[in-house]
Design a protein around this ligand. Structure first.
Ligand code: FAD
Length: 911
C-alpha cells in the first residue's frame, strides 16, 4: 500500500502515546503495525478489484488474489460496514447512520456503541483492544476517557455489536461431516442433558456443574493451561472476571452464572498462555471470532483451545438485579444466598432457604437476558453450549457443536466426571429447548424493512389516486417478524399519543387482527389517517431500537395495513364507551384535534357535537392534504366511526359568526373544545403579490381538494393552472401544492426554498416522491419580486441565492443572502406556501379569551384556557404542527375536560 490507511496513520501518529500507556512495548507495536498494514493492504486490494468490476465477484477476487473464501467474505463484510462499498449500492447493514455520518472516512467511528447502554453486551473486548487504555469498565457500563482516546476506531471494529461476519458459521460447517442440522439450533453434533458426578462441584455449582467439570477435564488432560472465568467479588453477588491458571482455582468460579462482566478485558493477562479456554455468551464468542479477523489479536485467538458458550438468556447483570430486588421486591443483597433461573422465573434463595420467584420478563430491562442481536442458544462459534433451559433442576442442557467440543465432552464422559442423557426430537427437553431457541431467532438476512409498492411516477403524475399501495399480507407478515418486542418500548414514548405499538404488532403477528385494531383504537381512533400522514420517521420509528441498526420497523405501514384491512373487510371496530353522562359538550372544528377530542369524550360517556365551518369534516385532512396522499373516503370513514359512538356533526356552522359560545351555552353545552386550526395564509413581503396567477397554497389546495377541482369536469369548479408553476416553501404544504399542480396539468413545477435540503420540514417520504415525479427543487433561493406583464399576469419571479449561517430560534441554520446573486425564473403561476397563522374569527368573538401576540390561544399543559369551561388544542394553540400532535392535544384536553365536568356536574358516588 503506497499511502498508509487512515487507521495505520492514526496509530503511527500516536506511537509515543501508545507506548507510554504500556499495553504494547516497541516490538509489539511494530508487530501490530506490520500485521495491520498487511491486513489493510489486502482489504484495499479487494476494494480495487470490486472497483474494477463494479460488483462483488467473490470467485474472481479469490482467484486473482489467491485468497480463501473466508478471508474474502470477512473483508467484504468489513469494507461494506466501513461504508466503502456505497458506490455499488452496498451499504452498511448495521449502524449505517453512525458510519455514514462519521467524520473519519476509512476508519470505523470510535466509541459510539460502547457508550450506549442499550446496545453494549458487556463483553469487555473494547477495553481489551484499546491501545491507549481509554476505556474503563465502571459500575456495569463502559466509560470513555475522551482525553486519552485517539479515535482509531479499533474498539468499534471489534465490538460484537458493530457487525458480524455472518458467513463464517456456514464456512465452518462445510468440512464437518458429522454435523446435524436443526431449524432451531442451526447445527450441532450432539444434544444431551448432563450432570457432574463431582460432589464438590455439585455442592457449589448451579444446575449440572457442567462448565466447571469440562474445564476441570480440560486441565487434567492438558488441553488447556488457563481459562477466563468469573468469580464472586469481595461484595456479595458481585462477580469479577479472573484468569484461572490451574484446576485447583476452578472451584472458586463454580456456580457463578455470570457472563455479563467484561470477561475479555483481562485478555492481556493471558497473553503468555498458549492453550486457553473461554466461557461466555454468544456475544463473547462472536467477539472472539471477530477479533480473529483482526491481525492485532490473531496471536491471542490462536491460543484459544476451547470455547464454552453459555445460553445468554441466563446471564444477568447482578448489580442491576440487586438494585431491582432492593427497590421493587424488598429483597436485600445481604439476605440472598443464591440466585438462579428456571422455567422463565428468576429464583432467589435466602439464608433460611426461603425461595422467591420473579418472572424473568418483569426484570428483563435490568439485565441482558438474551438481547436481539443474535439467535440465543445458538452460541454458534462455541465448541459446546451449556445452559439450564430444557433440563430438569440439577441438570444442564449441553449442545455440542464442534468436533473439538465432542472430544472434550467424551473425555469427561469416559472419565465418568459427567453423567448424561441424550436427547432428541420428541423428548420434552428437546421441545423446550427448540421452543425457546425458535422464539429467539432473529434473522439478520431478513433484516431489511419492507418496501411498499407504489404507482410508477410516470403514471401517477397523470392521476389523483393514492401513490403507495399499502403492504400485502405477506409483506406485513415479514415486517412483524422484525419487531423485537423490547422490554422498554421506546417507540411508544416516541408516539405523541402513546399507541401501544409492540402490543399491536404482536397481535398482528398472532393474526389477531380485531384485537390489534382495538389495541390501536384505544389510543388513536384514526389509524388509517395516521398510518398515511404521520411523520413516523421523526416520531415512533425514530425511537425504534432497530433504527440503530439501520432500519426501524415500518410502524406507519403496519398501522395503515390494519386500518385498511378493517375497511376492506367492511368492519367497524369501535372502542368501548362508558355509560352516558347526559352532559353536552361542544367541539369546534373537525380537524384531527377536534376529532380526537370528540372521540375521547364520547368514549367517556359525553354527548358530543362537533361544529364545523365547512360543508365537510376533517379540517386539513380534507381541504389541505391531497387525495393522492390521503383519500377522502378514508377521512369520511373515520368520521363515521365517531358517529357510531354517538358523536354528532353540524356542518356549515361557523362558530363566532353564525353561533357564539354563549348561544351554545344556552343550548346547554357545558364545556367547549376549540380546535379551529391555523388556516389563515401568510404572504411574503414582496412586490407583485397582486398579480394574476399568484395565490396562497391554502386557496389552491382548498379549491382542488374541497371544491373538487381535481375531478373537473365531473365537478364544474376547475382551477386554472399555469404551464410553469413555482411554489415557494419547503414544508408538506409546498410539496402538496407542487404535486397537485403537476397532476392538474402544469408542464414544469419548481419549488423555491430559502434553506437547504437538510432543513426542509416536509416528510422525507413525500420529498422522495416529489423528486421521483420530476419536481425541480431550487434550494437556497429566496424570492425578492414577482414581475408581471401589461395585463397584470405574473411572468417572472426574481430570486436571490442564499447561504446558510448560524442556527436561528427554530434550531435550523438561517439563510443569508449572497450579494449580486439575483436571477429570474420564468413562471406563469406562483403558489405561496410559507406558513399559516391563527384565524381570528372565533377568538375575536370571545374577547376575554387569552391569546398570545400571534393570535394563538394560551392554555395550560392540559389544554385548559383562562376560561374554565373552554379548552383548546391543535394548530390554534401551537401554530402549524402535525396531525398526530393535534390529535394528542385533543385527547389530552378531553381527559382534562372529563375531570372538570366530573368535578362540577357529576356527584361523587357514595359507598
Ligand atoms: P385543522 O386540521 O386546521 O382543522 C380545523 C378545523 O376547524 C377545520 O375543519 C376548519 O374548517 C374548522 N374551523 C375553523 N374555524 C372554525 C369556526 N370558527 N367554526 C367552526 N369550525 C371552524 N401534518 C402531518 O402530520 N403530516 C402531513 O403529511 C401533513 N401535511 C399537511 C399538508 C397540508 C397541505 C397542510 C395545510 C397541513 C399538513 N399537515 C400535516 C399539518 C396538519 O394537517 C395540521 O397540523 C393538523 O391538521 C392540525 O389539526 P387541527 O385539528 O388543529 O386543525
Amino acid at each position: 500500500m503506497e499511502n498508509p490507511s487512515p487507521l495505520i496513520k492514526i496509530l503511527n501518529d500516536n506511537e509515543s502515546k501508545i507506548l507510554t500507556n504500556g499495553k504494547y512495548n516497541k516490538n509489539q507495536f511494530d508487530y501490530l503495525i506490520r500485521s495491520l498494514t498487511q491486513a489493510e493492504s489486502l482489504r484495499f486490494q479487494i476494494l480495487e478489484k470490486i472497483k474494477e468490476t463494479g460488483k462483488v465477484d467473490v470467485e474472481k477476487i479469490k482467484l486473482e488474489l489467491g485468497l480463501s473464501d473466508e478471508i474474502v467474505e470477512i473483508n467484504i463484510d468489513y469494507l461494506r460496514e466501513l461504508g466503502l462499498l456505497g458506490f455499488i449500492n452496498e451499504h452498511p447493514r448495521f449502524f449505517r447512520e453512525i458510519i455514514e455520518n462519521s467524520d473519519h472516512p476509512g476508519i470505523f467511528p470510535s466509541t459510539q456503541l460502547i457508550k450506549d447502554r442499550n446496545l453494549c453486551c458487556g463483553c469487555g473486548l473494547c477495553v481489551a483492544i484499546c491501545p491507549v487504555n481509554a476505556i474503563d469498565y465502571l459500575e456495569g457500563t463502559f466509560k470513555i476517557n475522551e482525553d486519552k482516546c485517539i479515535k482509531c476506531g479499533l474498539c468499534y471494529s471489534a465490538c460484537p455489536r458493530s457487525f458480524f461476519p455472518q458467513q463464517l458459521n456456514e464456512l465452518e460447517q462445510k468440512n464437518d461431516q458429522n454435523v446435524q442440522f436443526s431449524e432451531q439450533f442451526k447445527y450441532y453434533r450432539m444434544l444431551c442433558t448432563a450432570q457432574t458426578t463431582e460432589e464438590r462441584i455439585k455442592s457449589v455449582a448451579q444446575d449440572g456443574g457442567i462448565v466447571t467439570t469440562l474445564l476441570k477435564t480440560a486441565f487434567k488432560q492438558g488441553y488447556i493451561d488457563g481459562s477466563f472465568a468469573v468469580t464472586l467479588g469481595d461484595q456479595p453477588l458481585k462477580p469479577l472476571p479472573i484468569f484461572v491458571e490451574n484446576e485447583e482455582s476452578l472451584l472458586k468460579t463454580a456456580g457463578t452464572k455470570y457472563t455479563n462482566v467484561p470477561l475479555l478485558k483481562i485478555f492481556y493477562d493471558a497473553k503468555d498462555h498458549k492453550k486457553i479456554a473461554v466461557v461466555g455468551t454468544p456475544c463473547i464468542m462472536k467477539a472472539l471470532k471477530k477479533i480473529s479477523a483482526l491481525p492485532l489479536n490473531k496471536p491471542f485467538f490462536d491460543n484459544i483451545a476451547l470455547k464454552i458458550g453459555v445460553f445468554c438468556m441466563e446471564s444477568f447483570d447482578y448489580h442491576k438485579i440487586e438494585e431491582l430486588l432492593k427497590n421493587e421486591f424488598n429483597v436485600y443483597p445481604s439476605d440472598i444466598k443464591k440466585m438462579d433461573i428456571d422455567k422463565g422465573k428468576f429464583i432467589i434463595y435466602d439464608q433460611d432457604s426461603n425461595i422467591s420467584k420473579i418472572p424473568i420478563k418483569s426484570i428483563k430491562k435490568y439485565g441482558r437476558f438474551g438481547c436481539f442481536f443474535c439467535d440465543d442458544l445458538t452460541a454458534e462459534h462455541a465448541d459446546i453450549s451449556v445452559g439450564s433451559i430444557g433440563s430438569e433442576p440439577g441438570w444442564s442442557t449441553v449442545i455440542i457443536r464442534t468436533k473439538k467440543g465432542e472430544e472434550f465432552c467424551h473425555k469427561a464422559f469416559d472419565m465418568k466426571l459427567i453423567r448424561k442423557k441424550e436427547i432428541g426430537e420428541g423428548d420434552k427437553s428437546f421441545e423446550d429447548l427448540s421452543k425457546i431457541a425458535k422464539s429467539k431467532q432473529k434473522k439478520f438476512i431478513e433484516f431489511r424493512r419492507v418496501k411498499m409498492l407504489q404507482q410508477e411516477p410516470s403514471e401517477r403524475i397523470k392521476n389523483f389516486e393514492e401513490v403507495p399501495f399499502g403492504l400485502s399480507d405477506e409483506m406485513m407478515e415479514r415486517e412483524v417478524q422484525r419487531c423485537l418486542q423490547c422490554g422498554l418500548p421506546l417507540c411508544v414514548t416516541g408516539c405523541p399519543v402513546n399507541i401501544r405499538i409492540p402490543e399491536f404488532i404482536k397481535l398482528l403477528k398472532e393474526e389477531k387482527y380485531i384485537s390489534a385494531l382495538y389495541k390501536i383504537k384505544s389510543s388513536n381512533l384514526l389509524p388509517a389517517i395516521c398510518g398515511r400522514v404521520c411523520p413516523q420517521e421523526v416520531q415512533c420509528e425514530n425511537s425504534c431500537l432497530l433504527g440503530s441498526l439501520g432500519e426501524p420497523i415500518a410502524i406507519g405501514y403496519l398501522e395503515r395495513y390494519i386500518a385498511d384491512w378493517e375497511r376492506r373487510n367492511k368492519l367497524k371496530e369501535c372502542p368501548d364507551c362508558a355509560a352516558p353522562t347526559g352532559i353536552k359538550v361542544a367541539v369546534i372544528g373537525s380537524g384531527p384535534a377536534g376529532l380526537a377530542c370528540a372521540g375521547e369524550l364520547a368514549m367517556r360517556g359525553y354527548d358530543v357535537t362537533i361544529f364545523e365551518a365547512f360543508h365537510a369534516g376533517g379540517g386539513v385532512l380534507t381541504y389541505g392534504i391531497p387525495e393522492f396522499r390521503l383519500p377522502k373516503e378514508i377521512v369520511k370513514d373515520e368520521i363515521e366511526t365517531l358517529k357510531m359512538i354517538g358523536v354528532k356533526v353540524n356542518y356549515n356552522a361557523i362558530i363566532g359568526k353564525i353561533l357564539t359560545i354563549e348561544d351554545l351555552q344556552e343550548m346547554d353545552f357545558k364545556a367547549f373544545f376549540i380546535g379551529v386550526g391555523a388556516g389563515l395564509p401568510t404572504f411574503l413581503n414582496v412586490s407583485g403579490l397582486n398579480l394574476n396567477g399568484v395565490l396562497s397554497a391554502n386557496e389552491f389546495l382548498t379549491r382542488s381538494n374541497l371544491m373538487k377541482a381535481y375531478r373537473f369536469p365531473e365537478y364544474d369548479t376547475p382551477v386554472k393552472v399555469g404551464k410553469i408553476v413555482t411554489v415557494i416553501g419547503g414544508g408538506n404544504v409546498a410539496l402538496d401544492s407542487a404535486r397537485t399542480a403537476l397532476r392538474l396539468g402544469a408542464e414544469r413545477v419548481i419549488i423555491v426554498y430559502r434553506r437547504s435540503e437538510a432543513e426542509m420540514p416536509a416528510r422525507r417520504e413525500e420529498y422522495h416522491h416529489a423528486l421521483e415525479e420530476g419536481i425541480d427543487f431550487q434550494f437556497l433561493t429566496n424570492p425578492v419580486r414577482f414581475v408581471g406583464d401589461e395585463e397584470g399576469n405574473v411572468r417572472k419571479m426574481e430570486v436571490l441565492k442564499m447561504k446558510l449561517g448560524e442556527p436561528d430560534q427554530s434550531g435550523r441554520r438561517s439563510p443569508i443572502p449572497i450579494e449580486n446573486s439575483e436571477y429570474a425564473i420564468d413562471t406563469d403561476m406562483i403558489i405561496v406556501a410559507v406558513g399559516t397563522k391563527a384565524n381570528p374569527v372565533l377568538t375575536k368573538s370571545i374577547p376575554e379569551l387569552k391569546i398570545n401576540k400571534w393570535g394563538y390561544i394560551e392554555t395550560n399543559d392540559d389544554g385548559q384556557t383562562n376560561i374554565e369551561h373552554i379548552f383548546a388544542g391543535g394548530d390554534i394553540v401551537t401554530g402549524s404542527a402535525t396531525v398526530i400532535s393535534a390529535m394528542g392535544a385533543g385527547k389530552k384536553a378531553a381527559k382534562a375536560m372529563d375531570e372538570y365536568l366530573r368535578r362540577k356536574y357529576i356527584p361523587e358516588e357514595k359507598d
